[in-house]
Every structure is written in structure tokens, then in C-alpha cells.
Design a binder for this molecule. Sequence first.
Ligand SMILES: Cc1ncc(COP(=O)(O)O)c(C=O)c1O
Length: 388
Amino acid sequence: MSRSVPADVPLVGWGADSVGPVSLPVDRFCPRRRAWVDEAVRLVEADANRSADTHLHVFPLPAEWGVDVYLKDESVHPTGSLKHRLARSLFLHALVNGWIVEGTTVVEASSGSTAVSEAYFARLIGVPFVAVMPRSTSPEKIALIERYGGHCHFVDSAGDMYGAAQRLADESGGHYLDQFTHAEAATDWRGNNNIAESIFSQLALERFPVPEWIVVGAGTGGTSATIGRYLRYRRHPTRLAVVDPENSAFLPGWASREPGYTTGVPSRIEGIGRPRMEPSFVVGVVDRMIPVPDAASIAAARHLQAVTGRWAGGSTGTNLWGVWQLVAAMRAEGVQGSVVTLICDGGERYRHSYYDDGWVADQGMDLAPYAATLERFHTTGTWSPPSD
Ligand SMILES: Cc1ncc(COP(=O)(O)O)c(C=O)c1O
């Protein structure tokens, strides 16, 4: 009888010596556990099936400019942000990898939109969820996570989140979902109604159905990775621009081609900008990076609200500041076409910060010069930002 060593039995590491040569098949199939995973996958897929696609709004610009700007509104997802897509992908990825089974405590390092969406999916499949976050996290975010049954675990600083999350998962025999590592792998960049495929199908009947630019920010980098890969996979000429807030490692790391670049300073624009280059930020798919002052991000988010009545978060403002300067450049070069960006989450979560003049002043930010730039651009079409 030949020596058969089933593929899933590693002979190195955890005491291969103790198991000795494995000569008999080792069966780990458990019908009950498999049935639980099947049902969990069905529940997550059913959630997707119940959800309509997010809208693509037109931003009102003079038609004679020959440039159309579109806003992909991810704030209308059931959990209010683009992270609903990522959380769904991360849970499916972990379920099909056998990392989440019945009773697994799911842990994540996030103070933001990701934790809100992951708490929703944890409750959907019936597992405990713990979000590890800095003590400074906004009460609105904590309330949203707890509303979906999530438990919040506080650490002193953002930098402590990753290690604390891994420790909590190890101590509870749980699973650290780790959005920063798995975002790019968990999301299907070929299609499967990912955000890029959805944008192109919603542009199909527009006068410029293939955009010149798609503009997004980066937190995990998962969104920009998915869009950048999809553009290349579908051989679209569209370019990807990534906007980056103050103190973030992404732009300097990308510009200097230093994957280990760190700033050690957290971003003030929730959801984007990181103190280190994150594993899911795929530098090879980014065509241009645009630095955006935090005051400009907030001024642009407020401008969106003033013009369209739509409340959005700071990272949407960062996107728009990048969009307007690209539109101005297209006009200056006589290029007609479309530009697409995202409304990443709703503004109601930031009433006590970006939409609060007192909070803005306490941060030492003056929005006036940036608001003036936006006013001038939308009346004259010329882009003259305040000199730094
Ligand atoms: C509000 C908001 N905007 C943008 C992003 C960036 O998305 P990604 O993590 O896919 O780079 C995030 C990520 O957390 C976010 O919460």
C-alpha cells in the first residue's frame, strides 16, 4: 500500500515530528461545519441579491465645457459606505478559505466604515465581531458598529491596532479579517459586478462612455487596486488617479517607489491616507497621484453639499478636489470626455467634525482660500488653488 499524505496535512511546522510519517488518509470533513459555511455563504450572497446597485449621479457642469463628471454614490449601500462591498468580499473570502466557521470570533483593525460594514455581515451570519480602534474614534462610528451588534475594543494609538487585533484573534481562537492585507485579494477585479464594472455599465449610454479619468482615494488600497486592474484587464484607455491627504505614506511611497515608506502620522480624513504603505495598495496600477490639503478636502465636501444637497464624508471631498483640477487641465488642453469619482460615505457621520466650524478651527484649518478656489473654478472654469 503506497504512503498517502493528504495535501492539507503540512508535515513541517506544528510538530511534524509529533505526527510522524502519516500513512493513512486524514479526513477533516465535518458535514455539520460544512453545512454551516454553506448557509453563511448563502446569507451573504442573498444580501447581495437583495441590494440594488449604487447610483451614478451627474454633477451639474456647463455642457459647453465638454467635460462630464459622474459621482458613484457608495453611501447608499445598506451600511452607508463603499466598505459594504469590501466587507462582503472579505467575509466570503474568509468563509471559502475555512477561516470563519461556526462560532468564530471575527476581529478587525478599523475605526471606520469597514468595521461598520463588517459588524453587519458578522451579525448576518451569526458570529461575534470585535473592532479594534483608537480611543479617539468618533462616537457616531462607535454607535454604528454597536448598532450592528459589534463590540468595540480601544487602543491608545492607530499604530497599535494591527497587533492588538491579531492578539485578540489568537487569544479567542478567532480570525483577524485584516482588511489591509486581504482587500486586494478578496475583491474580484475581473468583474462580478465590482465597482469598476458597475461604473462602465452605468456609463454605457452617456456621451462619453469611456472616461478619461477615474479618481479615488486609498485606505486599504483595495478600491484603487480593483479599478486599476479592471481598466487593464478590459483594456480601457481610462487613467486612474489616486488622491492622497496630508501625512499619508501612499504618495511619497509611490513617488519614491519605496514599499516600506512610513510617516507614522495618522490621516485626518477618515478612511483614506495611511501612516504606512499598506499591502493592498497596488502601486503598479496607479497612473497619477494628487496631494490634497485636508482643508481642501473639507471645503470640497461642503461645496458638493452646497451645489447638490448631497452630504458626503471628507474622503469624497478629497476625490472632488482631484477631479476639479483634472477637469481644468482637460479644458485647458481642449480635451472632451468624462471623469468619474466616488461618494465614499454619507456626511451625517461627520456633523461633529468636517461640518462643524468649531472642530475645523480647532484643527487649525482655514477653509476660505479653498472655498474661494472652488467658487472661482465653478464660475470661470479656471483652476488657481491657493499657493502652499
Ligand atoms: C470613507 C472612505 N473613503 C475611502 C476609503 C478608501 O477605500 P479603500 O480602502 O478601498 O482604499 C475608505 C476606506 O476605508 C473609506 O472608509
